[in-house]
Design a protein around this ligand. Structure first.
Ligand code: AMP
Length: 216
């Protein structure tokens, strides 16, 4: 079952977690642009150095760079059985370029899964989120950075994402409202928009997605 989906939703709604589960169960490739950028930053390669300021501040990386990165990625072999894009598109220009790219390669989008939760819950979730400095694995913690926690996957150092500080979280939510929310109308007009209430457990939200997509 080759499928091409977008996961839409503000930072912290659980897009990445749900995309990972879907990717495991259905063998679609999970492509998280945030993960791609953070990996480039960890490697300190030219892309990483170019995007670091934007990512740390919670601003959007310029469209032309993001579009080039994602189009190159989608051309790779592992995307041909389907993909779940998480964190892209974030602007209408990115969405239009993605449409053209898919159209030119003879494909269509199957749906846009938009997970929605209230902003207060987002701030709470993100301020409790921890990340492994070495492998990028995300974990739930508490408001203060964990001192002795090590990553359960690689034993790396656990810390907080710089962009998960409360002021930056609020800025990212503002950027989402200003730049990304218009994508809801864009995809509604194409009949692709699937709204999912994200106020539930991970498994509960997953069941809602599976039900809404009519798959199992
Ligand atoms: P995320 O992990 O999806 O919250 O992304 C973290 C950060 O990466 C964002 O706050 C942006 O700075 C940057 N980013 C990720 N995806 C995009 C995109 N599609 N367009 C522009 N910037 C992006």
């Amino acid at each position: 079952m080759i499928k091409r989906f977008i996961m839409l939703g503000a930072p912290g709604v659980g897009k990445g977690t749900q995309a990972n589960k879907l990717a495991d169960d259905f063998e679609w490739k999970h492509i998280s642009t945030g993960d791609m950028l953070r990996e480039a930053m960890r490697k300190d390669n030219p892309v990483g150095r170019q995007v670091k300021g934007y990512v740390d501040r919670g601003d959007l990386v310029p469209d032309d760079l993001m579009i080039q990165l994602v189009m190159n990625r989608l051309e790779e072999d592992d995307c041909r059985h389907g993909f779940l894009l998480d964190g892209f598109p974030r602007t209408v220009l990115q969405a239009k370029k993605l449409d053209t790219f898919l159209h030119d390669s003879g494909h269509d989008l199957d749906g846009v899964i938009s997970i929605e939760i209230p902003n207060e819950e987002i701030v709470k979730r993100l301020s409790q989120r921890l990340v492994c400095k070495d492998c990028g694995h995300m974990m739930k913690g508490n408001d203060s950075p964990a001192k002795e926690m090590v990553c359960p996957l690689c034993k790396g150092i656990v810390t907080k994402r710089i962009d998960d500080e409360p002021d930056t979280i609020r800025h990212r939510l503002k950027v989402y409202e200003e730049r990304t929310q218009s994508l809801i109308e864009y995809y509604q007009s194409k009949n692709l928009y699937i709204r999912i209430d994200g106020m539930d457990s991970i498994d509960g939200v997953y069941r809602r997605i599976i039900h809404a997509l009519g798959i199992s």
